[in-house]
Design a protein around this ligand. Structure first.
Ligand SMILES: NC(=O)c1ccc[n+]([C@@H]2O[C@H](COP(=O)([O-])OP(=O)(O)OC[C@H]3O[C@@H](n4cnc5c(N)ncnc54)[C@H](OP(=O)(O)O)[C@@H]3O)[C@@H](O)[C@H]2O)c1
Length: 248
């Protein structure tokens, strides 16, 4: 028996990295999983990896028309959602003084607008007792040079988890923030490669107190906990999967 047998889940930004690991774990636990992403070949490859319970729907979370199409298709195929993971997100590097309008708009529109409208448009489909999981970041609790705008979007996401948990409690819907620290993914590797090698934004020698970066499957394990009945009395909370980065 799987922990998510007969459940239907949506994971946005699931073609690579943390989202893909969450989609794979949810499907392995018995859920039907909708995966989204903008690039078609990557999404198709991800659906292959997820196996028979994975359904890919291409789209950009920052485009409201794409979200309308996504939820219309889920409504038609499944009629409801038990779990929503608002995972799609982009990192952007910009020290104060060098922040570009383009980088600002990208981070705000994908991370913040995308999360707000993903959850808002999912509302009519959410079952009683559904679980909504919002991806924040340890960067929101730390002063990481160059990650100001990104970290601000992730701090906003943590705040939204509190507000929406309060607003949706009477429907029995739980909303929690899931906060990774450094996790090895294509997106994180790309961001790391863009960091200046010395000076203000240099990386620490050990990325976390545990002495290593995390793996996507370690984040997926906590997402599974938040998605299922094991966390039935947890809402408005923030769970950290960060190797101790924000706590020690
Ligand atoms: N990895 C870390 O160290 C870390 C740490 C803290 C928090 N996080 C957060 O965890 C989440 C996942 O990060 P990750 O490292 O796994 O990133 P990743 O490897 O870059 O994967 C991001 C995924 O989201 C998709 N995506 C990006 N923009 C999208 C959009 N506008 N609409 C739909 N899908 C979109 C990407 O596919 P397409 O490009 O094809 O759309 C990809 O599948 C993000 O919210 C990130 O901020 C990550």
């Amino acid at each position: 028996m799987g922990q998510l047998d007969n459940k239907t889940a949506l994971v946005t930004g699931a073609s690579t990295g943390i989202g893909l690991a969450i989609a794979r774990r949810f499907a392995a636990e018995g859920a039907t999983v909708y995966l989204t992403g903008r690039r078609k070949p990557e999404l198709e490859a991800a659906v292959e990896l997820v196996g028979g319970r994975g359904i890919g729907i291409q789209g950009d979370v920052s485009q409201l028309a794409d979200l309308d199409r996504l939820f219309a298709e889920i409504a038609e195929r499944s009629g409801h959602l038990d779990v929503v993971v608002a995972n799609a997100g982009v990192g952007d590097f910009g020290l104060l003084g060098e922040i570009t309008e383009e980088g600002y708009d990208r981070a705000i529109s994908v991370n913040l607008k995308g999360t707000v409208f993903t959850v808002q448009k999912a509302l009519p489909l959410l079952s009683a007792g559904a679980s909504v999981i919002l991806l924040s970041s340890s960067a929101a609790l730390r002063g990481v040079p160059g990650l100001g705008v990104y970290a601000a979007t992730k701090a906003a996401i943590r705040s939204l988890a509190r507000t929406w948990a309060a607003e949706l409690a009477d429907r029995g819907i739980r909303v929690n923030a899931l906060t990774p620290g450094p996790v090895t993914t294509p997106g994180a590797d790309e961001l790391r490669a863009a960091l200046p090698r010395d000076g203000q934004a240099a990386e620490p020698a050990a990325p976390t107190p545990l002495g290593r970066a995390g793996r996507p499957d370690e984040v997926a394990a906590t997402a599974l906990y938040l998605a299922g009945d094991q966390s039935s009395f947890t809402t408005g909370a923030e769970l950290f999967v960060d190797g101790g980065t924000t706590q020690l």
